[in-house]
Design a protein around this ligand. Structure first.
Ligand SMILES: C[S@@+](CC[C@H](N)C(=O)[O-])C[C@H]1O[C@@H](n2cnc3c(N)ncnc32)[C@H](O)[C@@H]1O
Length: 204
């Protein structure tokens, strides 16, 4: 099933049940993305908008994209409820509709986990392309709490990927080596679905 169709379908459940469980990880990723005081930030794969709402403020330009129309509607409602400002656009991470170097920071949480292995490198190319030199790219990926949870999750992913939102813990490292990125910090935020937060800076 295509990601847009799947996430249109699961959006309300994701918003009510799963998204609040991600708040600790989202806050950390946002903190890292804002660490160097960017004037413009792009969030890719925003889901119901809890992360992008935290990015808004201090007059910075905040832009969010997602392939799911329903997620974009939920994110819009969440931004309004939080009195947060951001511009939202429907777009695919594999072909971002922005010029190269247009953002001082790019953040993406739990997006790489839902992409296929083949999509990961082209998506990272895009995230790095739209980032300005010296800007931060912050990637949040799934970090399941223990081996048993990991095994159960992977069994579900193989048998019925839709059940787990087509997601499994992604490892961006092999793809990062080919990018003009330097890793500043790697940390793990604990939780039922924890988050590995990788903070990098674009070197050229
Ligand atoms: C697991 S959710 C993560 C949402 C949010 N970032 C969070 O941390 O809660 C993944 C999101 O990525 C979106 N998505 C999936 N494939 C995408 C793609 N190729 N381009 C843009 N968004 C995509 C889905 O629609 C969904 O909203």
């Amino acid at each position: 099933m295509h990601a847009a169709t799947l996430y249109d379908l699961v959006a309300p459940v994701y918003q009510r049940i799963l998204a609040p469980l991600h708040d600790l990880g989202l806050s950390r990723a946002v903190e890292r993305a804002l660490g160097a005081g960017p004037e413009s930030v792009l969030d890719v794969g925003i889901g119901p908008g809890r992360g992008i709402a935290l990015l808004s403020g201090d007059g910075r330009r905040v832009v969010g994209v997602d392939v799911s129309r329903r997620m974009l509607r939920l994110a819009d409602a969440h931004l309004t409820a939080e009195r947060a400002r951001a511009s939202l656009t429907r777009a695919n991470a594999l072909a971002l509709p922005f010029r190269s170097g247009s953002f001082d920071a790019v953040v993406s949480t739990y997006l790489l986990d839902v992409l296929t292995d083949a999509e990961m490198a082209p998506a990272l190319n895009e995230l790095v392309r739209v980032l300005s030199p010296g800007g931060r790219l912050v990637l949040g990926t799934m970090a399941l709490p223990n081996t048993l949870t990991h095994q159960v999750w992977m069994a579900a992913y193989r048998a019925l990927p839709e059940l787990v939102g087509h997601s499994r813990p992604a490892d961006p490292h092999p793809h990062l080596r080919t990018q003009p990125l330097r890793v500043l910090r790697e940390e793990q935020v604990k939780g039922w679905v924890g988050m590995r937060v990788l903070t990098t800076v674009k070197t050229g």
